[in-house]
Design a protein around this ligand. Structure first.
Ligand SMILES: *[C@@H]1O[C@H](CO)[C@@H](O)[C@H](O)[C@H]1NC(C)=O
Ligand SMILES: *[C@@H]1O[C@H](CO)[C@@H](O)[C@H](O)[C@H]1NC(C)=O
Ligand SMILES: *[C@@H]1O[C@H](CO)[C@@H](O)[C@H](O)[C@H]1NC(C)=O
Ligand SMILES: *[C@@H]1O[C@H](CO)[C@@H](O)[C@H](O)[C@H]1NC(C)=O
Ligand SMILES: *[C@@H]1O[C@H](CO)[C@@H](O)[C@H](O)[C@H]1NC(C)=O
Ligand SMILES: *[C@@H]1O[C@H](CO)[C@@H](O)[C@H](O)[C@H]1NC(C)=O
Ligand SMILES: *[C@@H]1O[C@H](CO)[C@@H](O)[C@H](O)[C@H]1NC(C)=O
Ligand SMILES: *[C@@H]1O[C@H](CO)[C@@H](O)[C@H](O)[C@H]1NC(C)=O
Length: 450
């Protein structure tokens, strides 16, 4: 009884996900922005702003987050520590001391690593990179301090900032209203004294892939030892936009990547840092029939008596992106019986108490936690050994392939279900395995080279 009802829940969740920002594999995932007023000043307050990434597997990569809001009145930012506003705005009404930012809608970015110590605070200065909670709970937070002027100076006169926005680094996040919550309590370092924020408010931001981009950003292809068909990514899986530039070869890619950088530098010279960052992030893809920056290949490699083995290969087709701290999430009914994962790190993702069919994979530090730009090194791979559960295990009807795959928190386009490699009905799996394996391996080598 438990299985059908949970299945129903999943289906319900999947349908809901279209309507609202909701990820069925990470239903509680969100990013919260918390403001703790630490002290009042003659004309305002000093607040500690903390950004927590509570998403299990969706991190914010370089060039990092940008947090924006609209002041309720005429507030200004006198100074910031651990972050900076990208645009000072018009401060001409000030004579002596110039504020850090006078814009009604400030946009704040993190500082880069290595800034002088007097500009740093704890959890700052990582270039806006914010790891996912599931991958690195201890570093899934960012913080900065802001000194606000021309603001209220008591908890009744402070007006909360409105219309919070979060870029991570592109669009995709929607932030709710700021809400006053019980004041945060801080423990001193020796844990013997408690202090309390004068006032605290929270903002919750959730991610929706539909807002981030019209098309998926990755696709999935399949192969198996028992059938020599390789099921490629769907054609135009990530959209064959006429304006999407792509290059045929690495040499052409390198040439364009260099001119691209020069162009970006010009944009920076004009003081348009945000546009420069966007241009830097604009992909330069290797031309493929799927036009995805990333492809995940799942190969059913071996069948033992009590175990089976799948090989996962992630290929980068973007000449302008190193995916540092990448994550891969796969959903498959047998992932609750993982016995060993080679050359990737791994964690189960348990989103609904009893269902344990989703796993998060990520690279090993200093070994393959960076998926390099397109080219000879632009891939990472792993093999996963799973124990068979005799009640459910089968190679029929594409059972051995994952139901869902996410790369860096974005769901990848799967091949159409009717194209999955299936088991030849006539031959028993054991007999098919040896011949099929050799053929499939040979074909796979060609496929991965292409
Ligand atoms: C945000 O995530 C946290 C941690 O998962 C959760 O406790 C909280 O309820 C979430 N907030 C919203 C508004 O979903
Ligand atoms: C404001 O401060 C008063 C006491 O100084 C306290 O009773 C009240 O709960 C506070 N209000 C908020 C919204 O924090
Ligand atoms: C916040 O955004 C909404 C819709 O974008 C807009 O109608 C509203 O005026 C904005 N509020 C402020 C204070 O800017
Ligand atoms: C506010 O956010 C903090 C962390 O950002 C979280 O611990 C706390 O539970 C949130 N409070 C509410 C009422 O959502
Ligand atoms: C990716 O990393 C390599 C080695 O660290 C570096 O040479 C290359 O410029 C980086 N590429 C991009 C697009 O950042
Ligand atoms: C989920 O499966 C993994 C892999 O077999 C196992 O290590 C983990 O303990 C399981 N978690 C739960 C809550 O069942
Ligand atoms: C597979 O995992 C499930 C749940 O974790 C467990 O009940 C079952 O006994 C495992 N099967 C094998 C063959 O280990
Ligand atoms: C392999 O799978 C494909 C479907 O992808 C099917 O058309 C083909 O007949 C299968 N090959 C064999 C030998 O069964």
């Amino acid at each position: 009884m438990a299985v059908p009802s949970s299945l129903l829940l999943l289906i319900l969740a999947a349908t809901l996900s279209v309507a609202v920002a909701y990820d069925p594999l990470d239903p509680n995932g969100n990013i919260t922005i918390k403001w703790d007023v630490m002290s009042w000043t003659p004309d305002g307050y000093v607040a500690m702003v903390t950004i927590n990434n509570y998403q299990t597997y969706r991190q914010i990569m370089a060039p990092g987050w940008t947090v924006g809001w609209t002041w309720a009145r005429q507030e200004v930012i006198w100074s910031m520590v651990g972050a900076q506003a990208t645009d000072q705005g018009d401060c001409s009404r000030f004579k002596a001391n110039l504020p850090h930012c006078c814009r009604r809608t400030p946009a704040v970015v993190d500082l880069l690593p290595g800034v002088p110590y007097n500009q740093q605070i704890a959890n700052c200065c990582r270039g806006g990179v914010l790891p996912a909670y599931g991958q690195s709970p201890s570093s899934a937070a960012a913080a900065f301090q802001v000194s606000v002027g021309q603001a209220g100076t008591t908890n009744r006169t402070v007006r909360l900032p409105r219309n919070f926005t979060l870029l991570g680094p592109g669009p995709g996040y929607t932030c709710g209203r700021a809400r006053v919550v019980p004041s945060t309590v801080f423990l001193t370092a020796d844990r013997r004294r408690k202090t309390q924020a004068l006032m605290t408010w929270n903002v919750t931001c959730t991610y929706s892939q539909h807002l981030a981009s019209k098309y998926p950003s990755c696709c999935v292809s399949f192969s198996s030892f028992y059938n020599d068909t390789i099921v490629p990514c769907a054609k135009c899986a990530c959209g064959c936009d006429a304006h999407k530039p792509c290059v045929r070869s690495e040499r052409e890619g390198k040439r364009l990547a260099v001119t691209g950088k020069k162009h970006d530098a010009n944009a920076h010279g004009r003081g348009n840092g945000v546009a420069a960052a966007a241009a830097m992030a604009a992909p330069l893809l290797q031309c493929t029939q799927h036009m995805c920056p990333v492809r995940v290949h799942w190969h059913v490699k071996l069948n033992y008596k009590e175990y089976w083995r799948a090989k996962i290969t992630i290929v980068n087709f973007n000449y302008r992106m190193n995916y540092t701290g990448w994550t891969l999430v796969a959903q498959h009914p047998n992932l609750d019986n993982i016995t060993e994962v080679f050359s990737f790190d791994y964690k189960p993702v348990v989103s609904y108490g009893s269902i344990n069919d989703t796993a998060m994979f990520y690279g090993l530090k200093y070994f393959n936690d960076q998926l390099m730009e397109a080219g000879p090194h632009g891939n990472v791979q792993s093999e996963v050994l799973m124990r068979k559960d005799a009640r459910t295990f089968t190679f029929r009807q594409g059972w051995a392939f994952p139901r869902k795959v996410y790369f860096n928190g974005d769901e990848c386009q799967m091949p159409p279900p009717d194209s999955y490699p299936y088991l030849p009905n006539a031959a028993p799996p054991a007999a098919a395995s040896l011949v099929g394996s050799a053929v499939a391996m040979a074909a796979l080598v060609f496929f991965l080279m292409a």
